[in-house]
Design a protein around this ligand. Structure first.
Ligand code: GLC
Length: 622
């Protein structure tokens, strides 16, 4: 196990860094810790001694911290809004590169430089407390062209393969830790109960037990056996609690349910995540019976921490405290409410000075007790010590080649194959024969961005082929005699079969909410399917989507339908199944509606879906 490259910085470097800190926004006027508490820290201070138990190191460190430094450990700022000087003075202890963020140099080295610059500034601070650097690696380091992008959770849910999900977690951890990332805001362990929700694809499915099993598996992969392993990262179970159960599937909406119903449906994945030792939990924007989760002492402290025994740190969602009172802008009351409810780290995420000023006043007035402040500081420092960050932090250039490695892409291809669900095959046309003369139709057949969906290259995802990968068209062309026709116009009776690929354009969060829409294909996609199927050539419809769609208008037009979900960069995993190189094994992690009018539709609710939870036509590899 190679230790992460530890940047041993010379005095000259530290002087430069300190200067950089000044130039980078830490103006000479930035208040230093008050003189009485800024005694230089002896090199042999107990908190620096890795042989001591973590609690003893935390106790020693907290005793040395000024109020400003303690508040800094509760402060999470987005990289694009970060003044590096605030890291040097200890006023910011947590940093996030949000979806779509990232360095101009879009390479592992560029990412490593971005992260290491922040860690170097942290190392030059008075106490040398490392930063927790986070990204949303929800299906790989999707921000970075060239990284491996795995199937989104709904596809992994269709695999029902916990061992595979753990391997995926391990591979994601390897790629992001190589560039110096410490925390990923994954896994989402939402139980998706209404497919109209824009984040359905981030869920493993509608069943609490399935979500619990796969969420714990991903956490095991991400965190490994030892959080201090340089190839481990801190996982974040999210979003606590009930984000997938809102009325109408409205993102950030309200869950109308009794406490017993909430406990039965949404708590099992968190019990499993806590038992798996998850390092962090992120609170949900949503509410339960009108109570914002970011204000809920009952759920965050009484249940998550006291009843489930969670010992990591609780992080708020992006500027979520600002919304507690329903109005924009962060108030002292909202800060007090969130922190007193049990939130330890606040994703501010842009105005560190405002947050520090509000919290300083709250501590000085006693509205946030020193005991509560120290409890929150203790929670985040404990994880930093357990992750070994005081001993080694930052990127490992020797492992840059793991980003997008052939090994990881092969794993992603296997995961994509296992996620494929064959919904219908009336004429038994699947698997197709290798070498067959096949028409491949549809723009989505040639689009890695559509395969990847949201949280890829940017928050909302991006159609097109800027993310290196293999399209379904390319995968099929490697196995068969393929003619590609984006609009299907090339179809004629001479083909042995046709593959029509349709689906959703990328989206994320509330941008993907269906609202009062109809869950149907676009008119253009429907017409494409009809045009190809009318040729009489045996036709299989392949759907790339973050959720079940209402295929009622298409089911009778085609001979087979396949749900490929959002398979990621390795679209050849899908064609492996279509041509039988790999058997069809996927089964539905959600009930498949025959109409949006059925939503929410879930197993056991008395409705008759188009295809039930657990459905999938299977066949062996050729
Ligand atoms: C977003 C999401 C959350 C994500 C966070 C940081 O709003 O709700 O899942 O981790 O902000 O990007």
């Amino acid at each position: 196990m190679r230790a992460r490259a530890r940047h041993v910085w010379s005095t000259a470097t530290l002087v430069v860094l300190a200067t950089v800190g000044v130039l980078a926004g830490c103006s000479p006027g930035t208040p230093e810790p008050d003189a009485s508490a800024t005694a230089q820290v002896p090199a042999d201070a107990p908190y620096r001694d890795a042989s001591l138990p973590v609690p003893a190191r935390v106790d020693d460190l907290i005793a040395r911290m000024t109020l400003a430094e303690k508040i800094g450990q509760l402060t999470l700022i987005e990289r694009d809004a970060l003044a590096l000087g605030d890291v040097r003075t200890g006023r910011v202890g947590n940093v996030l590169t949000a979806g779509g963020g990232g360095p101009r140099d879009e390479t592992p080295a560029g990412w490593a430089d971005m992260v290491d610059t922040v860690q170097q500034m942290a190392a030059s601070s008075r106490l040398g407390i490392p930063v927790l650097y986070a990204v949303d690696a929800v299906h790989g380091l999707g921000h970075l062209p060239g990284a491996t992008v795995f199937p989104h959770h709904i596809g992994l849910g269709a695999t029902r393969d916990a061992a595979l999900v753990e391997e995926v977690g391990r591979a994601v951890a390897a790629e992001i830790s190589a560039v110096g990332i410490d925390v990923t805001y994954a896994p989402t362990i939402a139980v998706a109960r209404d497919d109209r929700w824009g984040r359905t694809y981030e869920s493993f499915g509608e069943d609490p037990q399935l979500v619990a099993e796969l969420g714990a598996a991903e956490i095991a992969g991400l965190q490994g056996d030892d959080l201090a392993d340089p190839e481990s990262v801190i996982a974040t179970a999210k979003h606590f609690l009930g984000d997938g159960g809102t009325t109408g599937g409205v993102d950030r909406g309200d869950v109308a349910a009794t406490e017993d119903q909430v406990r039965e449906l949404f708590l099992p994945p968190y019990r499993a995540a806590v038992d798996a030792g998850v390092g962090s939990v992120m609170v949900s924007f949503s509410s339960i019976e009108g109570e914002p989760m970011h204000a809920s002492t009952h759920w965050v402290s009484d249940v998550l921490r006291d009843e489930l025994g969670f010992t990591g740190f609780v992080v708020s969602d992006y500027a979520a405290l600002d919304l507690i009172d329903g109005a924009d802008g962060l108030s002292a009351d909202e800060v007090a409410t969130g922190i007193n409810a049990g939130i330890d780290v606040v994703m501010v995420p842009t105005d560190a000075d405002l947050f520090a000023g509000l919290l300083t006043g709250l501590v000085e007035s006693g509205e946030v007790s020193t005991a509560r402040l120290d409890e929150a500081v203790r929670a985040v420092l404990t994880v930093k010590f357990e992750a070994g960050l005081f001993e080694s932090a930052g990127a490992d250039p020797a492992r840059f080649d793991e980003v997008g490695s052939d090994e990881h892409r092969a794993l992603a291809r296997r995961a994509a194959a296992e996620s494929v669900v064959v919904l219908s095959d009336e004429r038994g046309m699947l698997p197709l024969a290798p070498g067959a003369r096949v028409l491949v139709a549809g723009r989505s057949a040639d689009d890695v961005g559509v395969q990847c969906g949201g949280w890829t290259l940017e928050w909302q995802g991006r159609a097109g082929n800027q993310m290196p990968g293999t399209t379904i068209r390319e995968g099929a062309s490697a196995i068969a005699d393929v003619t590609y026709s984006a609009d299907g116009s090339a179809v004629d009776g001479s083909y042995d079969a046709a593959i029509v690929v349709v689906g959703e354009q990328p989206y994320a969060e509330y941008e993907g909410d269906v609202g009062d829409g109809d869950l149907r294909l676009t008119a253009a996609d429907h017409d494409l399917v009809a045009r190809v199927a009318a040729s009489g050539v045996p036709t299989v419809l392949v759907l790339l989507s973050g959720r079940p769609l209402d295929l009622t208008p298409e089911l009778d037009l085609v001979d087979a339908t396949v749900a490929a979900w959002l398979p990621g960069t390795e679209g050849d995993g899908v064609t492996d199944v279509l041509f039988g190189a790999v058997g069809a094994t996927g089964t539905l992690p959600v009930s498949w509606p025959s109409s949006v009018a059925q939503e929410p539709i879930n197993a056991g609710d008395g409705q008759v879906p188009a295809f039930p939870f657990g459905w999938g036509i299977t066949y062996p590899a050729r």
